[in-house]
Every structure is written in structure tokens, then in C-alpha cells.
Design a protein around this ligand. Structure first.
Ligand SMILES: NC(=O)c1ccc[n+]([C@@H]2O[C@H](COP(=O)([O-])OP(=O)(O)OC[C@H]3O[C@@H](n4cnc5c(N)ncnc54)[C@H](O)[C@@H]3O)[C@@H](O)[C@H]2O)c1
Length: 251
């Protein structure tokens, strides 16, 4: 059911975590994957891992937190691979701060990377996606966009916004055969979340999760791949919570 043979996919923030797992899985199923990240060494490592597993990857070092940066990432991959079929807006820069501690610089960077880049990315990708072939965009939102905790005012706002962007983009791009969906992961261990985790918090999360464990990056990557693939040919404007059931249940 799921094949990315002949498809070209750009994944932002693919040097680590969920983005890297998604890049590896899409490449393993036949995609040519554009691996974007901020730093050359992050990109080189992910590209090398994909190549050593027999996949095809193109490194795209860009800061997607500016309109120029995400446009350059899209056009560079489009030029090198000849087309663009899939965009995964995954990159984020995250700080959790209480309301009095929120500072303009922190909020601006979070908005630039986690919110504006999704809009500019959709704009740039829609310009080059071929309406005959169609296209698929998957935005990485969060359970925090639906259910909020303390110290997450900016993050929750951004991820709720990403869900709204997903619906609005799907409404506008459907006639061009571009599907737009989002995933809403619960907390999964990554380089980015390491400093925010502790055993007590993990135990509470597991207790509130019907499937009885934390998710991992591969759980999220699989859901992104399903939404990006032709297996989801009539699915658009949706948020798929990938959370072991935590968002929809209580004890
Ligand atoms: N890990 C979780 O628990 C979790 C839960 C819900 C949602 N998410 C979302 O999933 C996505 C990935 O999270 P993760 O935990 O894998 O993150 P991570 O921090 O492990 O990896 C993110 C990557 O994005 C890159 N990046 C940051 N700013 C960038 C920029 N301006 N341009 C290009 N690349 C940039 C980083 O260098 C890093 O390699 C984010 O959107 C995050 O909000 C994560």
C-alpha cells in the first residue's frame, strides 16, 4: 500500500528526532528525500545513514525560520531532483516558559521556525508541485495544540495554529490536487525533548495512555508516511493524533 517510488520529499528539521526517522522511513520506501537542517554535520549524518541503508537522500542545509530559507530549501531540492511531491513541515525550536518569563526573542524564534515556516513552506511547495501528479503536505503539530499544560503558552498557541493552517491550506489547495494534513504526537523521546523529561512525568504520561507506553520517533514517522502516501488519497484537512489514545480518553 505504501510506496514512495518516484516521489521526492522535503523534510524540514530532519537532522534529528521525528524528522530524521521520517526521512529514513520514506527513503526506505523509495522516496528521494531532501534532508533539511540548520547545520551541515546534522544533514551529512542523516544523509549518510540513509545512503548506507540503500536509500537516496539530498542534503539541504538551510534555516527554514525565514521565508528566504524555506524557499531556498524547496527550490534547491526541486532543481536537483526535478520535482517535489511531498513536504513535511517538521522543524521547530521550542522553549517552555511561564507567562511572566516569556521574552520577545524566544517567542519570535519559536514563531519563525514553528509557525511562519509552515506557511512559507506551504506557499513555496504549492508553487512547484505539479497539479497533474498531485502533492502531499504533512505538518507536524502536537497534542499540545489540542490539550495544554503549564509553561506552554507559546508552544500550544503555535501548534493550535498549525492545525488551523492545515485546514485552511487543505481548503485552498484541494483543487490543485494537493492534500494537507497534520499529525499531533504526544511526547516522544528525542534530542529536543531530552531536557524536559523526567521519570515522574513519563510515568504520569504512561498512566494516562491507553496503549501503556510512551511513543517513539518511529511511531510518529509511520503516521506521517501514511498521510503523505497515496494510501491517504482521499484524506485532507485532518489532524491525526499519534498519542496511544491519550487525547481522547480518560480514566
Ligand atoms: N518530541 C516530542 O515529544 C514531540 C511531541 C509533539 C510534537 N513534536 C514536534 O515534532 C517536531 C520535531 O520534534 P523533535 O522532538 O523531533 O525535535 P528535535 O529537536 O529532536 O529535532 C528538530 C530538528 O529541527 C532542526 N531545526 C531547528 N530549527 C531549525 C531551522 N530554523 N531550520 C532547519 N532546521 C531546524 C534542529 O536542528 C533539529 O535537528 C517539532 O515540530 C515538534 O514540535 C515533538
Amino acid at each position: 500500500m505504501i510506496s514512495f517510488d518516484g516521489k521526492v520529499a522535503l523534510i524540514t528539521g530532519a537532522g534529528h528526532g521525528i524528522g530524521k526517522a521520517t526521512a529514513k522511513l520514506m527513503a526506505a520506501h523509495g522516496a528521494i528525500v531532501g534532508v533539511n537542517d540548520l547545520k551541515q554535520e546534522f544533514v551529512d549524518e542523516a544523509v549518510a545513514e540513509i545512503a548506507s541503508a540503500g536509500g537516496k537522500a539530498i542534503g539541504v542545509v538551510q534555516n527554514v525560520g525565514t521565508r528566504e530559507g524555506i524557499r531556498a530549501a524547496v527550490s534547491s531540492l526541486h532543481e536537483q531532483a526535478g520535482r517535489l511531491d511531498i513536504l513535511v513541515n517538521n522543524a521547530a525550536w521550542v522553549r517552555y516558559q511561564s507567562i511572566p518569563d516569556i521574552q520577545p526573542e524566544t517567542m519570535e524564534r519559536m514563531l519563525d521556525v514553528g509557525f511562519k515556516s509552515v506557511i512559507w513552506g506551504i506557499q513555496a511547495a504549492a508553487e512547484v508541485m505539479d497539479p497533474e501528479r498531485g502533492g502531499a503536505i504533512v505538518n507536524v503539530a502536537s497534542l499540545a495544540g489540542f490539550r495544554s499544560a503549564v509553561n506552554s503558552l507559546v508552544y500550544s498557541g503555535i501548534k493550535s495554529g498549525v492545525m488551523g493552517i492545515t485546514r485552511a491550506a487543505a481548503a485552498e489547495l484541494g483543487t490543485r490536487n494537493i492534500r494537507v494534513n497534520a499529525v499531533g504526537p504526544s511526547a516522544v523521546p528525542t534530542e529536543g525533548t531530552e531536557k524536559h523529561r523526567n521519570a515522574e512525568r513519563d510515568a504520569k504520561r504512561i498512566a494516562a495512555t491507553p496503549l501503556g507506553r510512551l511513543g517513539n520517533v518511529d511511531d510518529i514517522a509511520k503516521a506521517i508516511c501514511v498521510l503523505a502516501s497515496d494510501a491517504s488519497s482521499f484524506v485532507t484537512a485532518q489532524v491525526l493524533y499519534v498519542d496511544g489514545g491519550a487525547s481522547r480518553t480518560s480514566f
